[in-house]
Design a protein. Structure first.
Length: 152
């Protein structure tokens, strides 16, 4: 009995697309990396449609290639240094720059780390005690004050 093969028409050329794993070649500044990727692949023009986890995995692989070529920290390295410093993603963004969601984006591979941020993280990763020089202590959470009663 023949295996049922999923197909759909290609949005670029109209040729048949198959849902299968193929080698996807990622390129950045003349450097390439080949990663096996599940998606819809055109058998005629090699157009691809990626969705869900395969798309996220491809984006992470591209960010890792970009980090390697640009000589900046990869997403996993950013997370490792941040954890070594004992900072939440939000606190790291507030103290080191980029805003409250920056480290979430860096670590998920959705945004590349800048060269200056990479340098700062490398330095702090080698000597975490230096963080106290730039980080004021987090303010203690205070108890809410009771509401005042209005007098008539």
């Amino acid at each position: 009995m023949a295996k049922d093969v999923k197909t759909q028409p290609c949005v670029e050329c109209g040729g048949p697309m198959r849902y299968e794993v193929r080698d996807d070649v990622l390129e950045y500044k003349g450097q390439t990396r080949t990663v096996p990727t599940l998606g819809w692949w055109c058998t005629r023009c090699d157009e691809a449609i990626l969705t869900g986890e395969p798309l996220l995995a491809s984006e992470r692989a591209f960010q890792e290639l970009k980090a390697e070529v640009d000589h900046v920290l990869a997403p996993g390295d950013v997370a490792r240094v941040r954890k070594t410093l004992g900072l939440s993603q939000r606190r790291a963004g507030e103290l080191l720059g980029g805003g409250p969601r920056a480290f979430q984006k860096y670590e998920a591979g959705k945004q590349a780390v800048s060269v200056p941020m990479s340098h700062l993280l490398r330095l702090l990763g080698k000597d975490p005690s230096r963080l106290q020089e730039i980080a004021p202590p987090e303010p203690a959470k205070s108890e809410p004050k009771p509401a005042r009663k209005k007098s008539a």
